[in-house]
Design a protein around this ligand. Structure first.
Ligand SMILES: Cc1cc2nc3c(=O)[nH]c(=O)nc-3n(C[C@H](O)[C@H](O)[C@H](O)COP(=O)(O)OP(=O)(O)OC[C@H]3O[C@@H](n4cnc5c(N)ncnc54)[C@H](O)[C@@H]3O)c2cc1C
Length: 410
């Protein structure tokens, strides 16, 4: 490395900002350049479908750091600067304007982008996706000026937008191809909780429903045409049909890419001078025993400290269990751990499922693999301990709220 090394971070989202912070926290006194293609300093996305969208929090609250932080910490934040290529042979990134910037170590924190609808009419005015702050602003305006919207996709973003729209007093139709929203992530019993929640708030849920086209008049959305020919009238459409990791730079540079940028548990790519973190990283996970790409806030928050250690030549592995949360209406939820469809044999419920105040545990052979607490708080550490213990847990005790969680492990 050069006497005063330069560490370049591509992607000024949560992971990029936290990586700059971690490098300074870990004593790096070389040059840090943080390059982001958005015109803002790094901000957090979860409020964009919750408080910020609902107009309950101000723009200033979404930023990762106060404005002065970058200067105070000698982080050269360059907003509005897209990186077009990585020239690994000479250790340089090529910016969109053709200029070049050398790096000793590089971190790719390029995040992900919403999948787009591919049906006829999908480019009509009034079709929205939600990833950036401008998207949230536009949807907020839409909620203020519309009376009915269609949400396409019953994943986390679709459900959160549906909740915000209902709370703003709009009629909401939510269209989902599966039998239940979140079916793939949560399985039937827990997914039903979210379906019931939205039905209780008068969302018109259209399940097992395919869309055929977006109908428009004079280029402006008027509705969604379903595969069976029915039309759902709507002033606007918000599509939340999943995201794709932004792997283009890495793939073009010849790094190993497979559902994200493939990294080891130290978050190193197939090039030892390049790391990746956040939504874009498909990382080897020592506890899960497989690679996993996590599209959630806590992963983008916590992986960068490990990436920073690796970039500085130290040893660290990222072994935190996946964790995420959602807020919809008066339901708050946290989920810890990871299961695949078919990767568990039972879901054990503890508490009042109908009253939406419970914990669900995904178990295999009596061992807890994941836990979801709904309107029950301060149990994440206990759920983590159950998963880490790998112990066989008595199912009746697990289901019994009278039996303390921290006394389940023998
Ligand atoms: C609306 C919304 C709500 C969410 N709510 C929750 C929630 O409730 N709970 C939860 O756990 N997670 C939630 N998430 C997910 C969470 O926000 C993401 O996991 C997190 O933002 C990932 O951070 P990141 O830094 O890896 O990527 P990003 O936040 O995507 O940041 C990557 C940045 O890199 C930039 N970039 C990409 N390519 C280039 C390039 N070539 N040159 C320069 N810059 C580039 C991108 O434009 C972007 O600014 C939500 C996401 C959204 C969109």
């Amino acid at each position: 490395m050069a006497p005063t090394p330069t560490f370049v971070i591509v992607g000024a989202g949560l992971a990029g900002a936290k990586a700059a912070e971690a490098l300074r926290d870990q004593g790096f006194d070389g040059r840090i350049v943080l390059l982001g293609d958005e015109p803002h300093r790094p901000y957090e996305r979860p409020p964009l479908s919750k408080d910020y969208l609902a107009g309950k929090s101000e723009r200033e609250q979404v930023f990762v750091h106060p404005e002065g932080w970058y200067g105070e910490n000698d982080v050269d934040l360059r907003s509005g600067q897209a990186v077009a290529a990585i020239d690994r042979d000479v250790h340089q990134v090529v910016l969109a304007d053709g200029s070049r910037l050398g790096y000793d170590r590089l971190l790719l924190a390029t995040g992900s982008s919403p999948r787009r609808l591919s049906v006829p009419g999908a480019d009509a005015d009034g079709v929205h996706y939600l990833r950036r702050i401008e998207d949230s602003d536009q949807i907020k305006d839409t909620l203020a000026t519309s009376s009915r919207i269609a949400v396409i996709g019953g994943g986390w973003i679709g459900l959160e937008v549906a909740a915000a729209a209902r709370e703003a007093g709009l009629q909401v139709t939510l269209i989902e191809t599966a039998e239940l929203p979140l079916l793939g992530v949560l399985g039937r019993q827990a997914a039903q909780v979210f379906a019931d929640l939205h039905l209780a708030h008068d969302v018109d849920l259209r399940l097992q429903t395919q869309i055929a086209a977006i109908d428009a008049r004079q280029g402006k959305v008027t509705g969604v045409r379903l595969a069976d020919g029915a039309v759902i009238d709507a002033d606007a459409v918000i599509a939340g049909i999943g995201i794709s990791p932004n792997t283009g730079l890495a793939a073009d540079a010849g790094l190993k890419v497979d559902n994200g940028i493939v990294v080891d548990a130290a978050l190193r790519t197939s090039d030892p001078d390049i790391c990746a973190a956040g939504d874009v990283a498909n990382a080897a996970h020592p506890i899960l025993g497989r690679n996993i790409r996590v599209e959630h806030w806590a992963n983008a928050l916590n992986q960068p400290a490990v990436a920073a250690t690796t970039m500085l030549g130290g040893e660290a592995v990222y072994d935190l269990l996946p964790y995420f949360y959602t807020d919809q209406y008066d339901l708050g939820m946290e989920y810890t751990g990871h299961v695949e469809p078919g990767g568990y044999d039972r879901v054990v419920f503890r508490g009042d499922v109908a009253g939406r105040e419970f914990i669900a545990f995904w178990c295999s052979g009596g061992r807890v693999l994941a836990g979801m607490n709904v309107n029950v708080w301060d149990v994440t550490d206990q759920i983590k301990a159950l998963i880490h213990s790998n112990a066989t847990i008595d199912e009746r005790q697990l289901a019994d709220p009278g039996h303390p969680l921290d006394r389940l492990i023998g």
